[in-house]
Design a protein around this ligand. Structure first.
Ligand code: PLP
Length: 458
């Protein structure tokens, strides 16, 4: 292999990336392609590509860049921790940032969620939550009670267990999964309900789906129910009012652990540290989080467990060990980054800011739904949004409608806005520091893109 050039050219970098870097979720037939945008710098809500073109980061990284890019305080905190204690084995040691962050998260989460198991990201947090359920039921002498109820279109991650409970089929293609471990509830998206059905009747139907499944499988075989407060990668699906409260009650009644996957909704996305209690009025048994915990500056996740579960897990045998962990559990530099991120959010009242700009963001979103016929549903909550293209199999543009997300993203990219495409949907979750004027700029570009596509689809 030739030696690396001292100063790589644009062409070198493109070639090396195409030849050696297998990107996540990449089309495998074409993974040797060169169409990844190479980004060089970022500040605030903006990203610049290597040619110097500026974009609004509509997806906020991958739903994670809460405080925006280029924060000097983050760089300083990360550098300071790197110089004092860059790594400490979690098997043998603890560190100030890990202990402080665990305490902080216990304070921020609702109810008795007071025990934090740090992980490397969201998938490993979900993995841990399921393993906690398995450990608990083995401990209690009920090894049959292990099935997880999840939901179609849910995304919970890429480890074996997290992918198993992920309800997006395309994420499992050609991979094995532990099918025996999981059952999926049908689509919960209110937009997909029959035309004449009220939202209340839709909620009743979804609750009945859960009760029927529990009756079919048997509560004595079901260990956990996992749900995102808002089903994000599944298309920012906002549940009907009362849905989470009712599912929570059913789980409690059947001694089924309720795992709230707040990997996206945590850390201010809906104007609160966590959405479970503050937005939806429930206290789960376990909360999983990652992403916004560090605003994406470094990888970190956490599985936060209630005292009630911990008390049942802890046994009388002094040799008993919770054999779950990672080399980078409680990584001191990641924890220092998380603490600084949380401090910035507190000092700048970013939660208050999100609550203040949300009505404008959601009004502009709703306006799109009312104005553009090709948009079947424009939905969201907090600083989360999704445009779902109306699918009309009888229309000449049907094939294009199914790729609406990518087509709208391409149209907006020309005008300096990035979106995240999912089939016939485009989603966005900009950095939480976005101002009212920047929200207008973002939606103005989207409207221009939709005007272009409306003409083409006609
Ligand atoms: N859970 C949810 C709800 C997510 O959206 C994601 C990622 O998008 C994950 C879990 C997995 O997180 P990670 O990619 O950090 O492993």
């Amino acid at each position: 292999m030739p030696a690396l050039a001292n100063t790589p050219t644009d062409r070198d970098l493109t070639d090396w990336d195409r030849t050696h870097n297998l990107h996540p979720w990449a089309g495998i037939h074409g993974w040797r392609r060169d169409d990844y945008m190479r980004v060089n710098t970022a500040e605030g809500i903006h990203i610049w590509d290597h040619a110097g073109k500026r974009f609004i980061d509509g997806p906020g990284g991958m739903w994670c860049v809460q405080i925006g890019y280029g924060r000097q305080e983050m760089a300083d905190a990360i550098a300071a921790q790197t110089m004092t204690m860059p790594y400490a084995s979690p098997w043998s040691f603890t560190t100030e940032p890990a202990a402080m962050l665990a305490r902080k998260l216990a304070d921020m989460t609702p109810g008795d969620l007071n025990t934090v198991h740090f992980t490397t990201g969201g998938s490993t947090a979900v993995d841990t939550a399921i393993r906690v359920m398995q450990f608990l039921n083995n401990r209690l002498g009920r090894p049959e009670k292990k099935i997880v109820i999840s939901r179609e279109r849910a995304y919970h991650g890429s480890t074996y267990l997290a992918a198993t409970v992920t309800g997006k089929e395309r994420f499992k293609t050609r991979f094995d999964k532990a099918d025996d471990l999981v059952r999926f509830l049908p689509d919960v998206n209110p937009y997909h309900r029959p035309q004449a059905m009220s939202i209340e009747a839709w909620c009743d139907e979804k609750i009945a789906d859960l009760e029927t499944l529990i009756a079919q499988v048997g509560a004595d075989r079901i260990g956990a129910f996992i749900a995102e407060p808002i089903l994000c990668s599944g298309g920012v699906v906002v549940p009907p009012p009362g849905y989470h409260r009712r599912t929570r009650e059913i789980c409690a009644r059947h001694d089924i652990l309720y795992i709230s996957d707040e990997v996206v909704t945590g850390f201010g996305r809906l104007g609160h540290w966590f959405a479970s209690q503050e937005v939806f009025g429930i206290t789960p048994d376990i909360i999983t989080c990652a992403k916004g915990l560090t605003s994406g500056y470094l990888p970190l996740g956490a599985c936060i467990i209630s005292d009630a579960v911990m008390e049942r897990i802890a046994g009388p045998d002094e040799n008993d060990v919770f054999y779950n962990g990672y080399t980078y559990c409680g990584h001191p530099v990641s924890c220092a980054a998380a603490l600084k991120n949380i401090e910035i959010m507190e000092c700048e009242d970013i939660l208050g800011h999100v609550r203040r700009v949300t009505p404008h963001f959601q009004d502009r979103l709703r306006h799109i739904g009312e104005t553009f016929d090709i948009v079947g549903d424009a939905r969201g909550m907090g600083l989360l949004g999704c445009l779902e293209c109306r699918l009309d199999p009888g229309n000449n543009s049907y094939a294009r409608q199914q790729k609406f997300g990518a087509e709208l993203d391409a149209a907006c990219e020309d005008m300096g806005l990035l979106l995240r495409p999912f089939g016939n949907m485009a989603v966005f979750s900009p950095p939480l520091i976005i101002t009212g004027a920047q929200i207008d700029e973002m939606f103005d570009i989207m409207e221009a893109g939709l005007t272009r596509l409306s003409a083409e689809y006609a």
